[in-house]
Every structure is written in structure tokens, then in C-alpha cells.
Design a protein around this ligand. Structure first.
Ligand code: SAM
Length: 202
């Protein structure tokens, strides 16, 4: 099993319907200003059932969705069959398949994934993510804080650490804010999210 994916396969169907119920604009309102409007290359890492990937595809972008949990990836392929999304089985920290392709992206999304990696994995992952960014591209992250399901592998990750890691890869911080959860149950439970945007120098 890919480290970080603990607890996902067991509840894949229920999680997929929960992810699909949250609108992209509702979840990502604070980062919309950093997303390109012209057709671009987008990579969604830890894409889940592909709710974000489908939105990008609908907006006319070319989308690659990397998801290591088979049941979520297959659910995403079925749910969004009408969208042109390239699904691949790949995982952090190495993203080995993507690294072999040596392709660059204008946007790399990492929504609700980073806190599943332990510290050494985060240290390995950031340079690999930076290597996937084209000049001027953005890395858009959301990192969970607060109570978490027991069966998941979730670490408390400080913004300071993530900002320092990004900076060590020459990425410029464009945004660092804390928001409430877009999912009602999580909001009530006190879950908050760090929203971080980093840019590769043009
Ligand atoms: C909370 S879900 C978010 C799904 C999707 N990004 C969304 O916002 O709807 C976290 C996702 O990260 C994936 N994941 C967990 N560990 C991972 C890793 N090491 N590399 C890539 N993805 C991972 C899980 O399989 C799951 O799909």
C-alpha cells in the first residue's frame, strides 16, 4: 500500500460521493486568482475521484490526474468518463512515472494530500513537485489541520515548514492563508485548511 493512502480504499465509494458534492469554486475560492484562464497543462496529484480534474477539463485545460488508490482512481474514471482526463497510478514522494515522462505543467494541484506524508517524504517530495513545474507555473496546495479520522495517516504540518521547503526549491510564495473547511461536517468538527500557492520563477 502506498504510504498515505491508509483508510481510503475501505471507504472509496462514500468518499467519492462526498468529494463530488463540493463545488470547485466553493473549495478553491481563495486560489482562483492564481489559476490560468488560457488552456494550460494541469496535474492533479492525489486526485481522488477527480472532482478537481473534471473542473479543469471542463475549463479547457489538458489534465493529468495521479491517484494511487485504485478504487478512487477507477471511480474517477467512471464518474468523469465524458471528460478528457489522463489517469495515472502514481504517488508521492517519488512520482516516479511522472518523473520518467519529464513533462512540465502550468498548474500542479495538491488538494488535501500533503499532510498524508511524513517529514522525510515531504522533504523528498517538494523537489520532485518543483521539477514538474514549467517556468511561471503554480503549485497550489491545501493542508488539513485539526481532528482527523483515526484510520487515516495524517500529520500536523506547519506552514513554516512547507514554505521553507518550497523556498529551498526556489519557489516563490504567492499565498498563505488559513480557511474553514468547505465540507459542513468537517467545518463543525473544527477542521481548517492552509491554502498555499507557490510559483516557479518565470
Ligand atoms: C482527502 S483525499 C483528496 C482527494 C482530492 N484531491 C480532492 O480534493 O477531492 C486525499 C487523496 O490523496 C491520496 N493520497 C494519499 N497518499 C498519497 C500519496 N503518497 N501520493 C499521492 N496521493 C496520495 C489518497 O489516495 C486520496 O485520494
Amino acid at each position: 500500500m502506498t504510504p498515505g493512502t491508509e483508510g481510503y480504499a475501505e471507504h472509496a465509494a462514500e468518499l467519492a460521493s462526498r468529494y463530488e458534492a463540493v463545488s470547485f469554486a466553493g473549495k478553491h475560492s481563495v486560489v482562483l486568482q492564481f489559476l490560468p484562464s488560457a488552456p494550460s497543462a494541469v496535474l492533479d496529484v492525489g486526485a481522488g475521484s477527480g472532482a478537481d480534474a473534471a473542473w479543469f477539463s471542463l475549463m479547457g485545460h489538458r489534465v493529468v490526474a495521479a491517484e494511487p488508490t485504485d478504487l478512487l482512481r477507477r471511480a474517477g474514471m467512471e464518474l468523469h468518463a465524458e471528460h478528457s482526463i489522463e489517469w495515472i497510478d502514481d504517488s508521492l514522494p517519488e512520482l516516479a512515472r511522472l518523473q520518467r515522462r519529464a513533462e512540465k505543467f502550468d498548474v500542479v494541484m495538491l488538494t488535501a494530500v500533503w499532510m498524508h506524508l511524513e517529514e522525510v517524504e515531504r522533504q523528498r517530495a517538494m523537489p520532485r513537485l518543483a521539477a514538474l513545474l514549467a517556468p511561471g507555473a503554480v503549485l497550489v496546495m491545501s493542508v488539513r489541520h485539526g481532528p482527523a479520522p483515526r484510520e487515516r495517516r495524517i500529520f500536523e504540518v506547519s506552514d513554516e515548514e512547507t514554505i521553507a521547503l518550497a523556498s529551498s526549491c526556489s519557489l516563490k510564495m504567492m499565498l498563505a492563508v488559513r480557511t474553514a473547511s468547505a465540507q459542513a461536517a468537517n467545518r463543525i468538527a473544527g477542521v481548517t485548511w492552509s491554502r498555499l500557492v507557490f510559483q516557479q520563477p518565470p
